[in-house]
Design a protein around this ligand. Structure first.
Ligand SMILES: [Zn+2]
Length: 304
């Protein structure tokens, strides 16, 4: 009878859990304190639970190293840093300080523009997530506050590549929102998705270019060593060979076209200019690599 009543009231999984409970018929019901294992009230356990909750998203205890070592462009790291501090100037955040500001989302006008709304629940954002990860991506549900999801990124270190993609996606959603607010450009989720994919592709290319240039640097110092052994010091003071060269690789991104440009400068250890190569215009892996090789070919020429 009771089973029947339970099944009527609760869903099958809950009624199953209830009917599986072992009932000690000779014992009276009593209250249990669930903040510790002994089941009895303890100020220490209450204090611990309160403190843990209070400092759940604490900035001082956050693993900032994980954020700064993420494989994303520097502009995205700074954006993430603002997210982590919950200081991204969304309308809701700004309205909490300046009361004449309207906290409503300018894109859908159907809620306050909090980080959770803007990144996870606004139709402009959900479309981008669907384009990027499929209709049933299951990355977050729409009850999850953004900060809770954001914090899980840094809990699994093996998650690096996904984290970079999530971070890049959030940054572009934020940029599309800013384009509407400041330039009145209507968000277009397909265009935003294409920009994200293009950016990720360009970023990977430039990382490969930088690795290539660093490997070539190793090759040069080897050549310098050989030359010293065989006594060829033409046109370069011996001291410079002992200390080698500093090769600086600078990469910047055009904020409008999102394309990367790289430049390579070679100086001696005193900072005196030796050589440089720049690479501007369209980024192509072969041309970029060629630029790096040319720079090193020029360097060899200048030291032999
Ligand atoms: Zn919205």
């Amino acid at each position: 009878m009771e089973h029947h009543l339970i099944q009527q009231i609760f869903s099958p999984d809950i009624s199953q859990a209830i009917t599986n409970l072992v009932i000690h018929t000779r014992e009276e019901d009593n209250m249990q304190w669930n903040l510790n294992n002994i089941g009895k009230v303890s100020v220490k356990a209450l204090y611990k639970a309160k403190i843990e909750n209070l400092y759940r998203n604490d900035h001082a205890t956050r693993d900032w190293g994980a954020l700064w070592s993420l494989e994303v462009a520097p502009a995205i790291k700074i954006f993430l840093w603002k997210c982590a501090h919950e200081i991204l100037p969304t309308n809701a955040k700004t309205a909490s300080i300046l009361h004449y500001i309207d906290p409503t989302c300018k894109i859908c006008k159907s809620g306050e523009e909090t980080m959770t709304h803007m990144f996870l629940n606004c139709p402009a954002a959900t479309d981008v997530w669907h384009h990027m990860f499929g209709e049933s991506h299951g990355l977050f549900d729409h009850q999850t506050p953004f900060m809770d999801w954001f914090n899980t990124w840094f809990q699994h270190t093996s998650n690096g590549e996904n984290m970079s993609t999530y971070a890049t996606t959030c940054w572009f959603i934020w940029k599309a929102r800013c384009d509407l607010v400041f330039q009145n450009i209507k968000p277009n989720s397909k265009k935003t998705t294409l920009s994200i994919q293009q950016h990720l592709c360009d970023y990977n290319r430039i990382q490969n270019l930088a690795h290539h240039a660093l490997n070539t640097q190793g090759h040069i110092s080897e050549t310098g060593l050989q030359r010293e052994e065989t006594g060829f010091h033409v046109g370069i003071p011996r001291q410079k060979q002992d200390y080698g060269y500093i090769i600086k690789i600078c990469t910047i991104q055009d904020p409008n076209s999102y394309q990367f440009f790289s430049a390579l400068t070679v100086t001696d250890f005193a900072g005196k200019y030796v050589d440089n190569r720049g690479h501007t215009g369209q980024l192509g892996a072969s041309r970029a690599t060629g630029g790096g090789e040319l720079a090193f070919a020029g360097l060899r020429k200048s030291i032999t």
